[in-house]
Design a protein around this ligand. Structure first.
Ligand SMILES: *[C@@H]1O[C@H](CO)[C@@H](O)[C@H](O)[C@H]1NC(C)=O
Ligand SMILES: *[C@@H]1O[C@H](CO)[C@@H](O)[C@H](O)[C@H]1NC(C)=O
Ligand SMILES: *[C@@H]1O[C@H](CO)[C@@H](O)[C@H](O)[C@H]1NC(C)=O
Ligand SMILES: *[C@@H]1O[C@H](CO)[C@@H](O)[C@H](O)[C@H]1NC(C)=O
Ligand SMILES: *[C@@H]1O[C@H](CO)[C@@H](O)[C@H](O)[C@H]1NC(C)=O
Ligand SMILES: CC(=O)N[C@H]1CO[C@H](CO)[C@@H](O)[C@@H]1O
Ligand SMILES: [Ca+2]
Ligand SMILES: [Ca+2]
Length: 578
């Protein structure tokens, strides 16, 4: 009998120990830098790698564990770096390989992991691989998705191989005079898709990963994942997509289903293979786990498959969770927020290795407050930092930067230019890519140049900058720093369970362990509303104090309340009770 008790205790203890021991990324705070806009070190008006290195101590100061950079690689910059002409070289405006090596050194010294963007779906049409493929070079000829023209039997004219459209509009196929064939491009015409049915491409891309792993990166963020594979029949042809009935613009992706152009099963296996490559690399070389973050939009079940499949294969540690970003806007109710938070938490695979993550902004979407409500900057940061797992912050959201309206004639985003002056605003990505606002000196301390690649948002002069917010109590930046510190230090945030409640204007989140509780009350409604801790939960204590308050809460930080006491949470405000 005694022996059995002993074994029980050991098992229980080892489970506890396991639950407490976390890999570096599992409760990580990640930060996305858009390199063109973070810090310009040499006065040409364009952010660069030396600039990023000089600001790493700031990212340490605000508690970041990992930083991912949008592409820094050699590129003609038609799509601001998402059109790569050499995966292992650096774009000249950003610096050199030596600058990146130095940046990695700086990151290591500070204990921050550097994550690089990996763009496997396509290269630039100026990549040497494309030039060789176009010339039918024996090794490179299958590197891209080539197909012969269809000849219209009535007109005798050349036509694209099928009816597929590209994401940026019009046919996915582009005629190539040199090769006398069409090539496929899911994005811009100047971004031909790589052919992952070619073993040579798989090998080359593996070498790219190894090149960067050897230089000391902490992992990769993989771009545009759902688009990597397209369906090809065994006779080499590509099937037409059926009409979706979703929209009337015959040149748009919404006109057709995307059964053959996204989320193909092959894509998942490729991600699982890359996971194994990084895991093996870590095993061989030691050090912390190198990780994968994946960018994929689409139905939840397809996104969750990037975590792993039911046959035990494992993929992305951080399949970006865009539930809130895609599902919620300024008109949404607290119940909508709850639905989208619970969607992820309730449906993600169970197991200690699977960790939720929260992303509310990136370089393809309007600024957070422009989408969720202008006065909700603190409340949204509270939401992201108080939810379990991994928090991802787009640069500038910690000081609550806002969109800058840019007229069509000054727009540089190719997607917006293609949309034309009447509708460019809907898809324009320039407004959320303006320079980081460091201080109140000219150009917000981003650059010494009098002209920057995108204009600086003038609100840096009215206080929206790091330096101003750093020295002001209750500023957005100080709220953010406090949230990040709590997330690191509170066991209830590391290990606690999560319950969400929508009560009229309020979204309430309870984090709880056996011995402690934390409550987040966020007013995402249209009116002020009273809240008491005992409204929805059984309190563990008589009194709770307001440990973090948003700038618009009217509640003094540190004030104690009885658990039954009604406290008014103003519209757009957030308060955390401990
Ligand atoms: C990429 O750039 C490096 C450094 O300039 C060069 O050695 C390498 O051959 C280039 N790769 C390709 C595929 O052109
Ligand atoms: C659709 O694409 C075709 C062929 O590229 C072009 O002629 C036509 O103007 C486009 N229509 C619209 C509405 O953009
Ligand atoms: C394509 O996908 C849609 C929706 O996902 C489905 O309803 C339709 O049956 C599919 N069509 C084909 C030909 O597979
Ligand atoms: C864009 O148009 C505005 C007037 O609408 C003008 O003031 C500005 O100078 C123009 N910018 C450029 C780059 O032409
Ligand atoms: C920032 O600088 C501008 C002009 O240089 C000045 O008008 C403004 O008062 C300053 N704002 C703060 C908050 O210091
Ligand atoms: C969020 C993101 O990284 N989006 C990128 C996806 O890929 C296209 C094409 O490379 C880019 O234009 C987007 O910026
Ligand atoms: Ca520069
Ligand atoms: Ca593709």
């Amino acid at each position: 009998m005694k022996i059995f008790v002993g074994i029980f205790i050991i098992i229980a203890a080892s489970i506890v120990a396991q639950a407490a021991k976390k890999d570096w990324w599992e409760r990580g705070n990640f930060y996305q830098i858009y390199p063109r806009s973070f810090k310009d070190s040499d006065g040409d008006g364009i952010g660069d790698i030396k600039g990023i290195a000089s600001k790493m101590p700031y990212l340490k100061e605000i508690g970041m564990d990992g930083v991912w950079l949008s592409p820094i690689f050699k590129s003609p910059m038609v799509d601001f770096g998402y059109d790569i002409s050499n995966y292992t070289d650096i774009h000249w405006e950003y610096g050199t390989l030596a600058d990146v090596d130095n940046l990695i050194k700086v990151c290591k010294r500070l204990g921050i992991k550097l994550i690089l963007d990996f763009v496997p779906n396509h290269t630039s049409d100026q990549h040497p691989w494309f030039l060789l493929s176009e010339a039918n070079d024996p090794y490179y000829k299958d590197f891209y998705v080539w197909a012969p023209a269809k000849i219209n039997s009535e007109t005798g004219e050349r036509e694209p191989p099928n009816n597929w459209n590209s994401i940026f509009g019009n046919s996915i196929w582009e005629w190539n005079e040199k090769r006398q064939e069409y090539y496929l491009h899911q994005f811009l015409i100047s971004q031909p898709d790589l052919n992952f049915r070619s073993q040579n491409v798989i090998n080359e891309m593996k070498n790219v990963l190894l090149f960067w792993l050897d230089r000391g990166i902490g992992g990769v963020r993989i771009d545009a994942v759902p688009h990597i594979f397209e369906t090809q029949f065994s006779d080499g042809t590509y099937p037409d997509e059926a009409l979706s009935g979703e929209c009337s613009d015959t040149n748009s992706t919404c006109y057709l289903f995307q059964n053959y152009t996204r989320d193909l099963p092959e894509t998942y296996n490729l991600i699982y293979d890359w996971h194994d490559l990084l895991a093996d690399y870590t095993k061989q070389h030691g050090g912390d786990q190198r990780i994968i973050m994946t960018e994929a939009y689409g139905p939840l079940n397809r996104i969750l498959e990037y975590y792993g499949n039911s046959y035990g294969r494992v993929g992305s540690q951080i399949p970006f969770n865009f539930e809130i970003m895609d599902g919620v806007n300024a008109n949404s109710t607290p119940a909508d927020y709850k639905t989208h938070i619970d969607n992820w938490l309730n449906n993600m695979p169970k197991g200690a290795e699977f960790v939720p993550n929260w992303v509310v902004g990136n370089h393809d979407h309007h600024r957070v407050v422009n989408r969720f409500g202008l006065n909700r900057g603190d409340a949204i940061n509270m939401l992201v930092q108080m939810l379990p797992g991994i928090a991802v912050t787009y640069y500038g959201e910690e000081i609550v930067m806002t969109d800058l309206w840019i007229p069509y004639n000054e727009t540089v985003d190719p997607q917006a230019i293609l949309a034309g002056p009447d509708s460019y605003w809907e898809v324009d990505r320039d407004p959320c890519r303006t320079p980081m606002q460091w201080d109140n000196s000219s150009m917000a301390g981003f650059s010494t140049s009098r002209k920057t690649w995108l204009p600086v948002n003038p609100n840096y002069q009215t206080g929206v900058n790091v330096r101003n917010e750093r020295y002001k109590t209750g500023s957005h930046l100080n709220v953010f720093r406090k949230l990040v510190r709590m997330r690191k230090n509170r066991k209830v945030l590391q290990d606690g369970s999560t319950v969400t409640v929508a009560d009229n204007n309020l979204l309430i989140i309870k984090r709880e362990t056996k011995t402690s509780q934390l409550f987040v009350a966020l007013n995402f409604g249209t009116e002020d509303q009273d809240f008491a801790v005992s409204d929805h939960f059984v309190p563990l204590k008589k009194n709770y104090y307001a440990s973090v308050v948003s700038d618009n809460s009217n509640i003094r930080q540190g004030r104690y309340f009885r658990s039954t006491e009604k406290i008014t949470i103003p519209k757009d405000a957030g308060v955390i009770f401990e």
